[in-house]
Ligand binder design. Structure first.
Ligand code: MG
Ligand code: MG
Length: 264
C-alpha cells in the first residue's frame, strides 16, 4: 500500500482555504498584466510581490530548487515552464501555476490563460480541460477512490479526442505542497486510494490536444508535448466531502479580472 493520507481538521482546512484563496487573488493580479508583449519574468515578479505583500511566501520558490514563484508553460509546454525573458505572443496560451505558503499551510492552483486572439480549436481544448477539472471535483466524494477522479477526467478528455498526460499527477496538499495520495488524471472506477471526508487534494488535469507523450527539456524543468501540439492545465485545491469535493481555491477573481480587462 502507498503512504497513508493525511486527513485535516476543520481549522487546518480553513487555513488551506486562506492560502488557496490568496493563490486565486495572485493569479487575478497576473491576469491584470497578462497580454501580448508581457514578459514571463515580469509576471513572476508581480506575483511574488503580491504574495509577500499579503504576508505569505511563494510556495514553489526554493522547493526542489525551483527558482520562481510561478511556473509558466506556453502552448506545447505542459507544466513546469520557468519564467524568463520570453515575451508572450498573441494567439498563445499560457498555463500559470502558483502556490503559496501561509500560516503553515499550502494552497496550489493553476489556470490556462488565452493571450490575445486564440484559435477556436485551442479555446476548445481549454474549455474541455476546465470541464475535466469540474468532473474530477464532482468525483472526489467521501468513499470514492482516486481512480474515480481519474476515470471522470480521462473519459471526458478522450471523448473529445484529447489525451491525458500520465507522468504528472495531482496530490495531497497540507503542511507540505506535495503529500500523499497521488491523484492521477486517468484511472479505473473503484481503484486507487480511498478518499475520506477532510482529505485535501489538488486536482490538476493536464490535457493534450494530440498524443499523450511528453518529455522534459534540457533545462531540467519544462515538460513539453512530444508531438508539439498544445496542452492545457487547470488546477484547484479541494477538500473531499460527501457527494463531491468542496473547492478551496477559486477562479472567480481571475475571471472577474479578465472580464474587466476585456470590457474595460
Ligand atoms: Mg500547481
Ligand atoms: Mg499541484
Amino acid at each position: 500500500m502507498g503512504r497513508s493520507v493525511n486527513i485535516l481538521g476543520e481549522e487546518e482546512i480553513a487555513l488551506v482555504r486562506e492560502s488557496s484563496l490568496l493563490v486565486g487573488r495572485t493569479l487575478a493580479e497576473v491576469a491584470r498584466h497578462i497580454a501580448p508583449g508581457a514578459s514571463t519574468a515580469d509576471l513572476d515578479r508581480i506575483a511574488e510581490e503580491f504574495i509577500r505583500d499579503h504576508g505569505a511566501v511563494p510556495g514553489f520558490k526554493g522547493l526542489y530548487g525551483c527558482p520562481s514563484t510561478l511556473l509558466i508553460s506556453v502552448d506545447h509546454e505542459v507544466v513546469h515552464g520557468l519564467p524568463g525573458e520570453r515575451v508572450l505572443e498573441d494567439g498563445s496560451v499560457a498555463s500559470i501555476d502558483c502556490g503559496v505558503l501561509m500560516n503553515g499551510f499550502y494552497g496550489d492552483s493553476a489556470y490556462t490563460f488565452r493571450i490575445g486572439e486564440v484559435k477556436p480549436e485551442v479555446r476548445a481544448l481549454l474549455d474541455v480541460t476546465k470541464e475535466c477539472l469540474e468532473r474530477g471535483i464532482a468525483a472526489a466524494a467521501d468513499g470514492n477512490r482516486t481512480g474515480d477522479i481519474g476515470h471522470a477526467i480521462q473519459s471526458h478528455a478522450e471523448s473529445k479526442g484529447y489525451s491525458v498526460v500520465r507522468e504528472l499527477v495531482g496530490h495531497g496538499v497540507g503542511r507540505k505542497l506535495h503529500e500523499a495520495p497521488e491523484v492521477p488524471n486517468y484511472g479505473r472506477r473503484g481503484h486507487g486510494v480511498k478518499l475520506g471526508n477532510g482529505l485535501v487534494i489538488a486536482i490538476e488535469p493536464m490535457i493534450n490536444m494530440g498524443r499523450k507523450e511528453v518529455r522534459q527539456l534540457d533545462d531540467g524543468w519544462t515538460i513539453v508535448t512530444e508531438d508539439g501540439l498544445p496542452s492545457a492545465h487547470f488546477e484547484h485545491t479541494v477538500v473531499v466531502r460527501p457527494g463531491g469535493a468542496e473547492v478551496l481555491s477559486t477562479f472567480s477573481f481571475i475571471e472577474e479580472a479578465l472580464n474587466a480587462v476585456e470590457h474595460g
